[in-house]
Design a protein around this ligand. Structure first.
Ligand SMILES: [Zn+2]
Length: 487
């Protein structure tokens, strides 16, 4: 049955449809039919006039209206959106994943303030059967936010979602222990493909790379990289457009440099190849001694030498050479997930050392390599914890309520309040969930939200990524995209 289109007009009448421009008319740039508030663009990119922008502002507003009108009913127990989940037999990795995602405000907005079934992709062979993953996630989201109104310890049944995940990835159906990072990756990927706005066969897209023959430092070099990065992003969007891309995906820059010992006194021929690849979360190495998030990013971006069997073919030297490889963070998504690679010790042992991470005001500009506009400040809204050892352990989540601003300890079906200081100092932190923040604007609802959470800040507006609206990409120099001119 055509369930995705059923009730298309009536389900949430007040929410306008957000069109994905290129799907409707691939040859035309859409400027009028997209929804959203007007968005001023800095004149630097030559768009000093205001124009309609496709953000999720209306979706956000609709969700807030719903959440706040019903949250008044909740007088005892944890606030809405904070719910225990039953353990179905070693499913703490799954519960923790879901609990962290349920605390992700713009994801809640999307599932509660918008008729997401409009976007269900029925023809995507990469998605789950009948888009059961996205549908069950949507149902879980609704049940969690609907439930808990009168109960002092709400528990929401999410077995259908677990079943859906197992049907998509049968390895999770063994009731064994699993890594939350794996579960999170598969769940987000399933939701992404089920809601992928690319309909029909995904187009073939050529890899984009930048070859640098002689190293040039400085602004020009960075801006040239930015252009290639934007082109790579465009190619990616041709195959991948969903709420998951809009929220959770950023870009990494990988650099390979020739170190041919026979050239220039062992310095190599100077050839460098740079590529820009999307990421869903950052997996950072953890030193045995712990340290800070900043140190972990530094270690992630350190130069690795490719030698021996691992040599790189330099097409300028026309032979396999010793090479230097480096991966750096180029674009950070609005929702940044950081996975601390704790199971990388000797023999896969867990590294228990504490890693210091900021709960608020985490400024990512310290490691961001690309030119940036807008906020680079992130606040943490959920943390997945791993207790125990690699051989046997337990996962729980710490999640922040968007209603009260308070933190909650979510341990399967048990829910309790927790002091934010305990969150920050938690030595079992394993996956961190961050949201990009800006000061509350003049928008009344946002101001109200800021007052309620006592923060005076709000999450950034989420920009819907589409091929035909490069002004909404995170890149700065998309004005002169040759491939976009006149088309
Ligand atoms: Zn070379």
């Amino acid at each position: 049955m055509n369930e995705g289109l059923k009730g298309r007009k009536s389900t949430i009448a007040e929410i306008p449809e957000i069109p994905d421009a290129e799907e409707k008319s691939p040859a035309k740039r859409v400027t009028k039919s997209d929804i959203g508030t007007t968005l001023s663009r800095p004149s630097r990119v030559g768009r000093s006039h205001t124009r309609k922008a496709s953000t999720y502002s209306l979706v956000h507003a609709a969700a807030l209206t719903k959440l706040y009108s019903s949250s008044k009913l909740n007088t005892k127990g944890p606030p809405q959106g904070i719910s225990g989940l039953p353990n179905y037999g070693n499913t703490c990795y799954f519960n923790t994943t879901v609990q962290a995602l349920l605390c992700t405000p713009p994801l809640t907005d999307y599932f509660l303030g918008y008729d997401y079934t409009r976007e269900i992709n029925k023809s995507n062979i990469d998605g789950s059967k009948n888009a059961v993953v996205a549908k069950s996630f949507g149902t879980a989201m609704k049940n969690v936010w609907k439930g808990g109104i009168s109960s002092s310890n709400p528990v929401t049944d999410v077995k259908a979602l677990h079943r859906a995940l197992c049907s998509f990835h049968p390895e999770f159906s063994d009731y064994g222990q699993h890594d939350i990072a794996e579960c999170l990756g598969f769940l987000l990927d399933g939701i992404h493909e089920d809601l992928n706005r690319v309909t029909g066969k995904k187009p073939y897209v050529e890899d984009v790379e930048r070859v640098v023959k002689e190293k040039v430092e400085g602004e020009d070099d960075i801006m040239e990289d930015e252009e290639v990065a934007a082109k790579a992003w465009e190619g990616y969007l041709r195959r991948n457009r969903s709420i998951i891309v809009d929220l959770f995906q950023g870009q990494l820059r990988s650099t390979l440099r020739c170190c041919n010992e026979d050239k220039k006194g062992g310095k190599g021929c100077g050839r460098e190849v740079r590529k820009f690849e999307p990421f869903m979360f950052l997996t950072l190495p953890v030193e045995q001694s712990g340290g800070s998030i900043s140190a972990a990013v530094k270690s992630f971006s350190s130069t690795e030498t490719m030698d021996g069997d691992n040599k790189w073919y330099c097409s300028s030297c026309k032979t396999h050479v010793r090479a230097e490889k480096k991966i750096e963070v180029w674009k950070v998504p609005p929702m940044l997930i950081i996975h601390l690679k704790r199971f990388g010790g000797r023999g896969g042992a867990k590294i228990n050392a504490p890693v210091k991470f900021p709960l608020v005001d985490f400024d990512v500009s310290q490691f961001l390599r690309s030119p940036t506009e807008g906020s680079t400040v992130y606040d943490c809204y959920a943390v997945a914890l791993h207790h125990g050892s690699a051989g046997g352990g337990h996962y729980t989540a710490l999640g922040k309520s968007r209603i009260t601003g308070g933190w909650y300890d979510l341990n399967d079906s048990h829910v309790g309040e927790v002091d934010p200081r305990e969150v920050e100092d938690h030595r079992n932190a394993y996956v961190l969930f961050y949201s990009c923040m800006v000061d509350s604007g003049s928008d009344e609802e946002e101001e109200e939200m800021g007052k309620k959470t006592g923060s005076g800040r709000r999450e950034v507006h989420i920009r819907r990524q589409s091929v035909s609206m490069p002004h909404l990409w995170p890149h700065m120099n998309k004005r002169d995209q040759p491939s976009l001119k006149g088309g």
